[in-house]
Design a protein around this ligand. Sequence first.
Ligand SMILES: *Cc1c(COP(=O)(O)O)cnc(C)c1O
Length: 413
Amino acid sequence: METLDRSYFESLDQVDPLAEFREQFDLPAGHIYLNGNSLGVLPKAAKEKAREVVEEQWGQGLIRSWNTYDWIHIPRRVGDKIAGLIGAEPGEVIVADSTSVNLFKLAAAAVKLNAGRSKILSEPGNFPTDLYILQGLESFMDGKVRLVTESRDCIMDAIDEETAVVVLTHVHYKSGAMFDMAAITARAHEKGALIIWDLSHSTGAVPVALNQVGADFAVGCGYKYLNGGPGAPGFLFAAKRHLAHLEQPLSGWFGHANPFAMRDDYEPAQGIERTLCGTTSVVGASLLEVGIDIMAAADMNLIREKSLRMGQLFMELIELRCGQFGFGIVSSKDPAVRGSQVSLTHEQGFAIMQALIARNIIGDFRAPNILRFGFTPLYVRYVDLWDCVDALVDIMTHDLWNKAEFKKLTAVT
Ligand SMILES: *Cc1c(COP(=O)(O)O)cnc(C)c1O
């Protein structure tokens, strides 16, 4: 076996087929960024695009730009590009709203499509907004449906004839654990249930083949692995076979068959546009498109290969060099069930992460004790992993985390 030293990691970077993508990102000098699973890095081209959209399209074009720059079709145009990243067809994906709002629209639509069934199934410990949105829907349904959560290991058996819709996050935000999308989708259909996949930690991170597995619906996030910028719009997917019957509760004017006919009565658009509600952020969607264009130019198989290798090497380094410091490794060593992050536990996790961040090595912390390290193969180098663990060894050996300044809880962790 290779010796795990810094030069070994440098040698991996030298033959990395994705290495040249790093140039396209405006990563501040001296930073190691292992948090692209929470907020992706600024693409250099997004700066010019922001200037163009604000100064030219908005500033000079004013209202005319709805037509001259085709603002009106941005949700669909950018959605079609995302479709290529998640194994969907053009016309099945649209950019709109936030992931949370998109989940509400689709969960309500699914419950209506499967009327008469009483159960929405999810897992405890799913991303909070997913559970909160489903709780909100449950409360609006006046007892007609109830949210039931079952642990990951029992989820297959919990899908039954009473299940209207299964709502799961493909890659878990805390542990990085990945569900078998094909198997669970097949089970849902066997029982007559619909399924919604939350792809927030999957899109741009792991291969996703929605139509190949026969998924019904999906939602996802623009500001994580797609590098769309803080608060970038989210997206949603609805399989073509459902579009004609899909009714969603936020029936705003952008979902109308003809928004500018300005009629009093709602009539849903024929296609995926019926899932729109109001005006999509043009600035947000334009910047998201820049991130997606970069992602679309990269080979997802290479991304996955590098991401898994990074995860494996990171865990090996932690075991090799941090064994005596009390870290636990939460993420699975089995690549079949691991997304693009590695999570560690430590009782001083928050302070340790703050000490790393003070050195411009940026991961994040999730209560109560999880340190997350996300791997984004387009701009993270192998040598960054070595340097990160090297800093961790220093921080732990000399108790450098044990300072008041590293223990003050911040609003966003
Ligand atoms: C990040 C994330 C979201 C984000 O939802 P917003 O509406 O954009 O705030 C939703 N679901 C999951 C699983 C996430 O990881």
